[in-house]
Design a binder for this molecule. Structure first.
Ligand SMILES: *Cc1c(COP(=O)(O)O)cnc(C)c1O
Length: 323
């Protein structure tokens, strides 16, 4: 990837003159069968651009209470778009068209915010990498059509979901008005995300990207990493899933574990029995070279990715299972 990046031909992206950025954007739009795409520094930015393009101040966005856009983007929905959220509760961050229906405000009722956008996340980060049922996503599309709502997909890990549900990028592209994908997670690029969507959303998105400070100059070197990632690092994602499943299994065997939540992709979230805090557990595994993220007083998230190989996972499993 680094060698490929070094060979990129670059220009001024702000003027649309960076060949590598243009190639990456065209490649992504074609892959999803959507009209256009824009390259941005982060997935937070692509989500926030989409939300701003879909809404006006005072509008409301329907999403899961677990949603990254609500939990982990610094209150950006309110800060950037002046919009509020209607939150749907569920165990793993997925929900149904019926749930959405319950949260749509009557536009004739002036006490209520205008419901404007439905946002889903696939896979669900805080739902331990759980995947959506594609049929349910379709039913929500139909509901959005009948109620004139926008439909945005936070697909930071969409390729992980596609590796499980067998759907193509084009099938996802046909369903949503806008899709955000991260190149910097399981796909292994050092930086970068793409917002892919309908022409009008992306046209507005280009202006918003500029306002947000995301219109970069010679970004081709990092965009090249994205091209490399899409070409080379998608087909290996099932390896990460197999490794995460092994970790989940090992954690279930450990006497310290209370429960394990594994959504079938590359994320495992587990809870410790009372008696040890997440911070203490992390200190315990660190000397073994195992690093993880505290997600609560007694809960921890582990993620597998292309920099962790089978041998390392095997070793980690042996250590974790006997803790
Ligand atoms: C990581 C992530 C993002 C974007 O995060 P950045 O760090 O800003 O690139 C968005 N949504 C989900 C579900 C994520 O996991």
């Amino acid at each position: 990837m680094l060698e490929f990046m070094m060979k990129a031909s670059v220009g001024d992206m702000v003027f649309g003159e960076d060949p590598a950025v243009n190639e990456l954007e065209t490649m992504a739009a074609d892959m999803f069968g959507m009209e256009a795409a824009i390259y941005c520094p982060s997935g937070t930015m692509t989500n926030q651009i989409a939300i701003k393009a879909h809404t006006r101040p005072g509008d409301e966005v329907i999403c899961s209470r677990m949603a990254h856009i609500y939990q982990f983007e610094g209150g950006g929905v309110a800060f950037n778009s002046g919009a509020s959220v209607a939150l749907i509760d569920s165990d793993n961050g997925t929900f149904t068209a019926e749930d959405v229906k319950q949260h749509i405000n009557n536009p004739e009722d002036w006490h209520k915010a205008y419901t404007r956008l439905v946002e889903v996340e696939n896979t669900v980060n805080r739902g331990a990498g759980s995947c959506w049922d594609f049929g349910e996503l379709k039913r929500i599309r139909e509901l959005c059509d009948s109620r004139s709502l926008g439909y945005h997909l936070d697909g930071a890990r969409l390729f992980n979901a596609m590796a499980v549900d067998g759907r193509s990028a084009a099938e996802y592209g046909a369903l949503f008005d806008s899709i955000s994908i991260c190149l910097s997670k399981g796909l292994g690029a050092p930086v970068g995300s793409l917002l892919i969507g309908k022409r009008e959303i992306i046209r507005q998105g280009m202006r918003i990207r500029k306002v947000f400070g995301g219109a970069m100059r010679q970004a081709g070197y990092i965009a090249a990493a994205g091209i490399y990632a899409l070409k080379n690092n998608v087909s290996r994602l099932p390896d990460d899933h197999r490794n995460a499943a092994a970790l989940a299994e090992a954690l279930r065997e450990s006497s310290l574990t209370e429960s394990v939540n594994y959504g079938g992709t590359n994320i495992v979230i587990f809870t410790l029995k009372p008696g040890m805090t997440a911070a203490e557990y992390l200190e315990k595994i660190k000397p073994h070279g195992i690093l993880a993220l505290k997600t609560g007083e007694r809960s921890i998230r582990m993620v597998t990715h292309l920099d962790v190989n089978d041998g390392q996972i095997k070793k980690a499993c042996e250590i974790l299972a006997t803790l």
